[in-house]
Design a protein around this ligand. Structure first.
Ligand SMILES: Cc1ncc(COP(=O)(O)O)c(C=O)c1O
Length: 495
């Protein structure tokens, strides 16, 4: 590995890579073990503004050539991370990533398959196609036999991609046949997206990006279980018809962000089908329910969807990011970013671009995302991956039961997936002060490093929110969280 420039030679030295790599893996393995056993804090909270100052350093013009100096710094970085594998990490919908998948990401980084076109990542492209086929099979191997899609960096981008397709397809069926991609937005066409009031913000953001305006998203009411109400959807649709608005998509959740609730996909799907409306299921969080033999029926009707979004970095236990946007008719996947003219309008064939994924994605260069999911499916099988989902859902159910059994706690609803929302009913406080009190409790707990949990406002009430993702969280950890909440509440009251 000779190079005339010694600095460059050292940068690419394979033996140095191996030595550093082994040390790094050992360091990460110790980090993983410490985290899984929960012996350290879940977060070493430090004020971000102070941290920002601590991190500031002059631009390093000259090389230190000291790889060993990196290791202590890395240990510090690891220590100041949110400990994602810690049993008390139960805040965001972020997976406790499988170590195998993390190793695959190292392969993806070193090999850097750009993936824009087939020749920039031949096996990466094939892995992606295989993973997409597997996910479509999980949705339905019969009605989704002609399905297809692409991987994107995150569910937000996947939702945008699906809604771009929904718009193209809807307008191709409309009398005006206006090609918005080519000619831009026409004032006379009022497009609407009907979405659950619990839809992730990426849906209205997509409407903003698409130039429709966030007001084009009509929020459809949900019931006590956080599920979209069919009667409210029907009403919203009728209103659109009366106003001569064009409904370009209905967006339902398979695992909504605030509560993890799953909308009644079957009845919504049938309604959309009967009225020729594009049916999009945002399953970023909960589509992984399909991996579980015990729970997959909860997604009954998902096969009626025209498009489905599914995040790997949530309940498929992948490191971020890996999301899939899937289309029941693979041909539709070509409609999102049609550079020339949509096949829907001009009948062109996209066969030539089948293997060039950037033709169908917002990204040009894209990381080889599929390897980690392909490896996990291959090594652990759907059976193994489903056990992770079963474990998470069982824990959420158990936690909900524990909350219900305590008179000074209120459970928002029985969880449908792995998100549990609750609040502490501090006896000394009036209802009007309870919201702020939950925020204070959460802030104190997170800053103490004892647990990581989140909060959510729903219909004017603030709830503490946990996402039980970590398979190593025990029943005792859950008891401990409830005790900590009660104790912190008392401390706040005492001060
Ligand atoms: C239901 C839902 N959709 C979409 C997203 C956005 O996904 P990502 O964070 O992967 O962009 C989230 C994120 O939490 C989500 O919960």
């Amino acid at each position: 590995m000779k190079h005339h420039n010694k600095t460059i030679e050292a940068m690419f030295d394979p033996s140095q890579f191996a030595t550093l790599g082994h040390t790094l893996i050992d360091l990460l393995a110790r980090h993983l073990e410490t985290n899984l056993t929960g012996t350290a804090k879940v977060i070493h909270w430090q004020d971000p503004a102070t941290q920002d100052l601590n991190w500031q350093a002059p631009l390093p013009h000259s090389a230190s050539h000291d790889l060993n100096a990196l290791l202590p710094k890395l240990e510090e970085i690891l220590k100041n991370n949110l400990a994602i594998h810690h049993p008390h990490n139960m805040g965001h919908q972020v997976s406790t990533p499988l170590p195998l998948a993390a190793l695959c990401d190292l392969v993806a980084a070193l090999t850097n398959q750009a993936m824009a076109v087939y020749e920039a990542g031949p096996s990466a492209t094939m892995l992606e196609r295989q993973v997409i086929r597997w996910l479509c099979t999980l949705i339905d191997d019969q009605t989704w036999a002609k399905a297809g899609g692409v991987l994107t960096s995150g569910g937000a981008q996947a939702n945008l991609t699906a809604l771009l397709v929904a718009r193209q397809v809807t307008l191709s069926r409309h009398a005006s046949k206006h090609n918005i991609w080519k000619s831009g937005i026409k004032d006379t066409l009022k497009l609407r997206i009907l979405a659950s009031e619990h839809a992730h913000y990426s849906v209205s953001r997509a409407a903003g990006i698409m130039g429709l305006g966030t007001d084009s998203v009509m929020k459809v009411a949900t019931n006590q279980k956080g599920q979209l109400e069919l009667s409210a959807l029907t009403h919203a649709h009728q209103t659109c018809l009366k106003n001569e608005d064009i409904v370009m998509a209905v967006v339902a959740n398979a695992g909504c962000t605030p509560t993890g609730s799953i909308d009644p996909l079957l009845s919504i799907g049938e309604y959309c089908h009967a009225h020729a409306i594009w049916f999009h299921v945002d399953g970023a969080h909960g589509a992984s329910t399909l991996l579980s033999g015990a729970h997959r029926d909860r997604l009954k009707g998902v096969s009626h969807a025209d498009s489905v979004v599914w995040d790997g970095h949530k309940l498929m236990y992948m490191p971020a990011a890996i999301s899939a946007v899937l289309f029941k008719d693979e041909q539709h996947s070509y409609a999102a970013f049609n550079q020339d003219a949509s096949y829907l309008f001009q009948g062109e064939s996209h066969l030539d671009e089948t293997f060039n994924t950037s033709y169908r994605t917002l990204e040009c260069t894209k990381r080889m995302m599929a390897l980690k999911l392909w490896a996990a499916f291959s090594v652990y099988g759907i059976d193994g991956m489903g056990q992770l989902v079963d474990e998470a859902y069982a824990k959420a159910k158990l936690f909900a039961e524990k909350i219900k059994a305590q008179p000074d706690f209120e459970l928002l609803m029985a969880p449908e997936t792995n998100i549990v929302c609750f609040r502490y009913l501090e006896a000394a406080l009036a209802e009007a002060s309870l919201n702020q009190h939950q925020s204070k409790i959460r802030q104190k707990i997170v800053q103490s490093g004892a647990f990581h949990l989140t909060q959510v406002d729903l219909h004017g009430i603030t709830w503490l929110r946990t996402t039980l993702m970590n398979p190593f969280t025990t029943a005792e950890d859950l008891d401990q969280l409830l005790m900590t909440v009660a104790k912190v509440s008392q401390t706040i009251q005492a001060n």
